[in-house]
Design a protein around this ligand. Structure first.
Ligand code: NAD
Length: 234
């Protein structure tokens, strides 16, 4: 029986909710090139364009509903008695929250927030944000950036995540390609500290060798089945 569990989720867990992954859209995100909308240079050069993209993406992501894989995490969290179940997600959507998951760590940021590049304050940004929106902290205009980690920026909440990886006894990766650093090292780190590791994906990934077990198939089908098996083991 396991102790603490960390679930590492990637874009694949949200695919069955109708949100495309990078790989499924030829490395494009909602038909945009990553360099145009997810780098700090793009934000500095064309902040209006970057805001437009995230304002649009926000509308799409807010409409999406959690699928059985997200809901199974809540079921696991409600029933598991041998430790905590944490969710470390690379996703900027809010489907873990919508599914009622707890202990969620958004390491790549989240679509419903903005961060001020002047004072660092993180604010609720469920509506449209433009270069004219004033920061609620310092009152400046043109300083808000979507609270999404762009290429070249540090990940969020990593001190807490490092501690979770050290302590967990089971790491479960769901729908992540293993191509994005440093999340693609988490299974190896957890394993080094003694955790078992399991991967749920449509196929083997580039770092499949970091996993003890592979479950191939759609996460909305395979992951709820796994949660039932784990609950039956108790
Ligand atoms: P990715 O796009 O690189 O890879 C997604 C992985 O999910 C692939 O390995 C694919 O085989 C797998 N997959 C697809 N459908 C699946 C399904 N139904 N069941 C199981 N697995 C499935 O995604 P990534 O590794 O998360 O990294 C890309 C980055 O893109 C992330 O950092 C994230 O910030 C961002 N992103 C986020 C969202 C979102 O918030 N939903 C969507 C697209 C991209």
């Amino acid at each position: 029986m396991y102790g603490d569990i960390v679930i590492l989720s990637g874009a694949g867990i949200s695919a069955e909710s109708g949100i495309p992954t990078f790989r499924d859209s030829d490395g494009l995100w909602n038909n945009h090139r990553i360099e145009d909308v997810a780098t700090i240079e793009a934000y500095e050069r064309h902040p209006e364009q970057v805001h437009d993209f995230y304002n649009g993406l926000k509308i799409d992501l807010q409409k999406a509903l959690p699928n059985p894989a997200h809901l199974a995490i809540t079921e696991l969290q409600n029933g598991y008695r041998n430790g905590t179940v944490s969710v470390v997600t690379q996703n900027v959507d809010l489907l873990h929250e919508k599914a009622g998951n707890r202990n969620i760590y958004h390491i790549h940021g989240q679509i419903d927030q903005a961060v001020c590049m002047n004072c660092g304050r993180i604010t609720d940004a469920r509506g449209e944000v433009t270069t004219e929106t004033l920061c609620a902290g310092c009152g400046m205009a043109a300083t808000l950036k979507p609270n999404i980690v762009f290429f070249g920026e540090n990940l969020l909440r990593m001190i807490e995540v490092d501690a979770l990886l050290d302590k967990c006894r089971l790491l479960i990766a769901v729908g992540t390609s293993g191509a994005v650093y440093p999340a693609n090292t988490f299974a190896r780190i957890a394993r080094y500290h003694g955790a078992d590791t399991i991967e749920f994906n449509l196929h083997a990934t580039v770092n499949s060798y970091d996993f003890d077990r592979h479950v191939i198939g759609r996460a909305g089908e395979t992951f709820p089945r796994f949660v039932k098996e784990l609950s039956a083991e108790k």
